[in-house]
Design a protein around this ligand. Structure first.
Ligand code: TRP
Length: 445
C-alpha cells in the first residue's frame, strides 16, 4: 500500500475530524438534552466527560490508525495478528451502516427544512407539519436519497480531494453561520434568561441519568467507538502531533455544542419556548420562533443549511469507514465501492424512514426500526467499541508502540502520558461499563 491517500496537513486533519465530530449530535441532540437536564449543569458534565473519556479514546483511536496505516478492521490485524481484536473493526463497520441508516433520514429532513425556509412554507401547526412530513411515504425518502447522494459525491473524490477539501470549506462556513445565529439570538429582547439557563449550573436538576446521558453524548459527539477516528488517524502523516490535534478537535466540538446552545436558548427564552421540549426542539420549536422573528425565514434558512452541513461532514466520515474497508480488503475501486455502500445504506435507511409512518409493523422489541437502529448503535455498539478500544490500548497493545506513536517516534513531547495511561486503563473502561450496564438495566426493566 504505497500510494495511500492522506490529509495534507494540520488544518486538513482538524477540519476533517472536527467535521466528523460536529454533527447532529451537537446541534440537534445537545441542546434538547441540555434543556431537559438543567442547562449549565449538563454542559459542565458533558465537558468533564469529553476531557476524561473522550480525549483519551480519541488519542487511542488516532494512534492505532496511524500506526497501522489501514482501515479500522485491518488495523487490528496488523498490530495484533492472530488475535480476535479485529472484531472491533467488524463491529465498527456494522455500526457505520446502522448509524447511517437513521442519520441519513435526519439529514434528509434538514434538506426539506431548508426548502421550506427558502419557499417560506412554514406556517400553521409546526408539530403537525413535522410529523406529517416524517411519517409520509415518498417525500422523506426522496430527501434521504438526496442527502446520501451528496455524501456519496464527496466520499467518491477520496480523502484529500473529497473529504478534506469539502471540510475545509464547510467547517469555517458552519462556524460563521453559527456565530451569526448566536448574535441574533442574544440580541433578542428577553434573551438573557436563556443565557442564564445555559451558563449557570443548576445541580438540583441533575439526576443519575443525566450523568449517563452526558457520557453517551460525549461519545457520540466525538465520533468515538466505531473506528471513525482510527480510519481518519490512518490518513494523518507521521510528523503531525496527534495529541494537540486531538485537543483541538475535542475543543472545537465542545465549542460548537456551546454555541448551538447560545443560538437556541436565548431565542427560546425570548419567545417563551420551553427549553426542555425534547427531540422536536430543532424541527418543531425553532420554526415557531423563526416565524415570530423579524427576518425569520432568512435565519431559518441559515440554520437548516448549518444543520445540513454538520450532518454531511459527519456522514462522510461514517461512509469512509466502510468504503476504506471495501477498497483495501475487497479490492473494489473507490467509486463503485462508494456507490455500493451508499446504496446499501439507502435500503436500510428506507426501512428506518418508513417505520416512522406508513410501515409501523417494522418494529422489534417494542421499538420502531428507526429507534431500534439509534438504540443499538448509541447504547450497545459504540460503548462496546469504546470499551474494547480502551482495554486494547491500555492493556493489550505494547506501551512502547503507543508511546512511540503518540510522540511521533520520540520527536515530540507528550507531557500528559501518565494521565493518559491512568485514564485509558482504569477510568474509561470502568466508566463505560457503568453506563452500559445501567443503560441496559433501565431499558429492559
Ligand atoms: N459525531 C457526529 C455527531 O455529533 C456523528 C458521528 C459521525 C458519529 N461519525 C460517528 C457518532 C462515529 C459515533 C461514531 O453528530
Amino acid at each position: 500500500m504505497t500510494s495511500r491517500d492522506s490529509f495534507s496537513g494540520r488544518f486538513g486533519i482538524i477540519a476533517a475530524a472536527a467535521g466528523s465530530a460536529i454533527g447532529l449530535g451537537n446541534i440537534w441532540m445537545f441542546p434538547y438534552r441540555c434543556g431537559q437536564n438543567g442547562g449549565g449543569a449538563f454542559l459542565l458534565l458533558y465537558i468533564v466527560c469529553i476531557v476524561i473519556m473522550g480525549l483519551p479514546i480519541m488519542l487511542a483511536e488516532f494512534g492505532i490508525g496511524r500506526k497501522a496505516q489501514s482501515n479500522a478492521y485491518r488495523a487490528f490485524r496488523v498490530l495484533s495478528p492472530q488475535k480476535p481484536w479485529y472484531m472491533i473493526g467488524v463491529m465498527g463497520i456494522v455500526a457505520a451502516f446502522i448509524i447511517m441508516s437513521f442519520y441519513s433520514a435526519v439529514g434528509g429532513w434538514t434538506i426539506e427544512y431548508i426548502i421550506r425556509s427558502i419557499t417560506n412554507t412554514m406556517s400553521g401547526n409546526h408539530a403537525e407539519q413535522f410529523n406529517g412530513f416524517i411519517t409520509g411515504s415518498y417525500k422523506p425518502l426522496a430527501y434521504q436519497f438526496v442527502f446520501l447522494a451528496l455524501s456519496f459525491a464527496i466520499v467518491m473524490f477520496g480523502v484529500r480531494k473529497g473529504i478534506e477539501r469539502s471540510s475545509k470549506i464547510l467547517m469555517p462556513l458552519l462556524l460563521l453561520l453559527l456565530i451569526i445565529l448566536c448574535i441574533r439570538s442574544v440580541t433578542l429582547p428577553g434573551a438573557s434568561e436563556g443565557l442564564k439557563f445555559l451558563l449557570t449550573p443548576d445541580f438540583s436538576k441533575l439526576s443519575g441519568n443525566s450523568i449517563l446521558l452526558a457520557m453517551g453524548q460525549a461519545f457520540f459527539s466525538l465520533s468515538l467507538g466505531m473506528g471513525c477516528m482510527i480510519t481518519y488517524g490512518s490518513y494523518i502523516k507521521r510528523n503531525e502531533d496527534l495529541t494537540s490535534s486531538a485537543g483541538m478537535i475535542a475543543g472545537t466540538d465542545s465549542l460548537i455544542a456551546l454555541l448551538a446552545g447560545i443560538a437556541i436558548f436565548p431565542a427560546a427564552a425570548a419567545f417563551q419556548i420551553e427549553p426542555g421540549s425534547g427531540p422536536g426542539l430543532v424541527f418543531i420549536t425553532l420554526p415557531v420562533m423563526f416565524q415570530q422573528m423579524a427576518g425569520g425565514m432568512f435565519f431559518s434558512t441559515l440554520f437548516f443549511i448549518l444543520l445540513c452541513i454538520a450532518a454531511l461532514t459527519s456522514a462522510i466520515s461514517l461512509i469512509e469507514v466502510v468504503v476504506s474497508f471495501c477498497v483495501e480488503e475487497m479490492r473494489i475501486r473507490r467509486r463503485p465501492a462508494t456507490a455500493l455502500v451508499a446504496g446499501c445504506i439507502f435500503l436500510l435507511g428506507t426501512l428506518c424512514s418508513l417505520s416512522l409512518g406508513i410501515a409501523p409493523q417494522l418494529s422489534l422489541f417494542g421499538m420502531n426500526f428507526f429507534d431500534l437502529m439509534d438504540f443499538t448503535s448509541s447504547n450497545l455498539l459504540l460503548p462496546a467499541g469504546g470499551f474494547f478500544i480502551s482495554i486494547y490500548v491500555g492493556w493489550a497493545l505494547k506501551k512502547r508502540i503507543t508511546v512511540k506513536e503518540l510522540t511521533s517516534d520520540g520527536t515530540l513531547k507528550f507531557t500528559g502520558l501518565r494521565v493518559f495511561y491512568f485514564l485509558i486503563k482504569y477510568i474509561v473502561p470502568v466508566a463505560i461499563l457503568i453506563v452500559f450496564i445501567s443503560g441496559l438495566l433501565k431499558t429492559f426493566s
